[in-house]
Structures are given as structure tokens and as C-alpha cells.
Design a protein around this ligand. Structure first.
Ligand SMILES: Nc1nc2c(c(=O)[nH]1)N[C@H]1C(S)=C(S)[C@@H](COP(=O)(O)O)O[C@H]1N2
Ligand SMILES: [Mo]
Length: 207
């Protein structure tokens, strides 16, 4: 799998040579962190903000922002790969692991999938095992609060998948027994979305 540095656009740079090993095929390094939103950014009021964890859980929970900030916050470092071909390496995200939040509600054994819901109606789906392993709920990016267009106050981060799985303005985590395609997954994007396998679109569409 050869990283592709042949093409270069003005806002895309090649950094240290060894970073090539961290850039998936067909991706370019970007110094910037562009905004990619379908439609417009929803207006979110922190005083009215809630996060609901429901579905196949022991006990449904709804946290307000105060309760969410009382959870144990940690910092992670992760790369970010957008299907429109830009990658941003070494992002720091501050927030709460997906597993910390979901374990408050208690996962029932038959739960296998997650559908993340957002202000504005966007959704994305994930296998529960993957979400528990690496899913992260971020409020701060590279030392600052998320910008309003980047999902403030809270977004999901799923580092090993294309970034449409990193749902912005997330406000609900639904646990399911069966997989349920999210917004882009219903519109031709690949369900698994692994950038190292270039799982951009459904195989039928790329043939
Ligand atoms: N709620 C919501 N989340 C979303 C999107 C969206 O349109 N709405 N776009 C996705 C896509 S396609 C990408 S590449 C990333 C982009 O995140 P950014 O705008 O912070 O760069 O957000 C993802 N999360
Ligand atoms: Mo994207």
C-alpha cells in the first residue's frame, strides 16, 4: 500500500518523510482542518443541551452539560481522515471515552450496534465493539473548544474510520441489536469506512 504524494494542492503539505506511513492511500496531508457539514450547523444552547443514551441498555440516561462535565475527562491523540481525501495528523481531543458514557447506562448483552444521533438530524452507525474500543466524545480540539462548525459543544471521534463517522453536535447514543445505516451510509457511503482499505463507497458503486 503506497502512500500517494504525487499530487499536491496548495493547502496540502508533505511533512516529515515518515508521515507517509500514517497517510492512507488516496489521502493528502492537510495543515488546515476544513469544515465539512451537510446542510448548516445547528444552533446549540448549552443550557438546554442533553446527551441521551438509550436503546438496548440496562437503564436509559440523559445527562445535561453539567453532568457530562463531571465525568472523567481525558486527552487522546488521533489522526483524522476525511473521505474527500484530506487527512490531519496528530489531533489532540479532550473529552470522555465513549465507553465511559455508555457504561453509565449499562450495555445489555444483546447490544451489537450503535446509531449516533445529532442536533440537526445527522446520524452515523458503528459496531458497538469498535465504538467501545476507540469512540471518543470530544469537547476540545488542539487546546481550544470545538468551533461551532466543528460540532461544539460535543462531537464523536472514531479515529480509525473515515470522518463522516465522527458525528458533530452529537446528542444521542442509541444501542441496537441490528445494524441501522446512518445518514451517509444510507446514501452510498461504505458501512465499514476503513481508510486503510479505501472503503469510501459501497462496492457496487465503485465497480
Ligand atoms: N452532524 C454532522 N456531523 C458530521 C457531518 C455532518 O454533516 N453533520 N459531516 C461529517 C463529515 S463528512 C466529516 S469529513 C467530518 C468533518 O468534520 P469537520 O467539519 O470538523 O472537519 O464531520 C462529520 N460529522
Ligand atoms: Mo467527510
Amino acid at each position: 500500500m503506497e502512500p500517494q504524494f504525487g499530487l499536491k494542492r496548495p493547502d496540502q503539505v508533505k511533512d516529515a518523510p515518515n508521515q507517509g506511513e500514517r497517510v492512507p492511500p488516496g489521502q493528502f496531508l492537510s495543515k488546515k482542518f476544513p469544515v465539512l457539514t451537510y446542510g448548516s450547523a445547528p444552533k446549540v444552547d448549552l443550557a438546554a443541551w442533553t446527551m441521551r443514551v438509550y436503546g438496548v441498555v440496562e437503564q436509559e440516561i440523559t445527562l445535561d452539560w453539567q453532568q457530562f462535565t463531571n465525568l472523567d475527562w481525558v486527552t487522546i491523540n488521533a489522526d483524522f481522515h476525511c473521505v474527500t481525501q484530506w487527512s490531519a495528523l496528530d489531533n489532540t481531543w479532550e473529552g470522555v471515552p465513549f465507553s465511559t458514557l455508555v457504561e453509565l447506562a449499562g450495555v445489555k448483552p444483546q447490544a451489537r450496534y450503535v446509531l449516533a444521533h445529532c442536533y440537526g438530524g445527522y446520524t452515523t452507525n458503528l459496531p458497538l465493539e469498535l465504538a467501545l474500543e476507540e469512540g471518543f466524545l470530544a469537547h476540545r480540539h488542539n487546546g481550544s473548544e470545538l468551533g461551532k462548525d466543528h460540532g461544539w459543544p460535543l462531537r464523536l471521534i472514531v479515529p480509525s474510520r473515515y470522518a463522516w463517522k465522527s458525528a458533530k453536535w452529537v446528542n444521542g447514543i442509541e444501542l441496537l441489536t441490528e445494524d441501522s445505516p446512518g445518514f451517509w451510509e444510507q446514501r452510498g457511503y461504505n458501512n465499514n469506512a476503513d481508510p486503510w482499505k479505501e472503503e469510501r463507497f459501497w462496492p457496487e458503486l465503485t465497480r
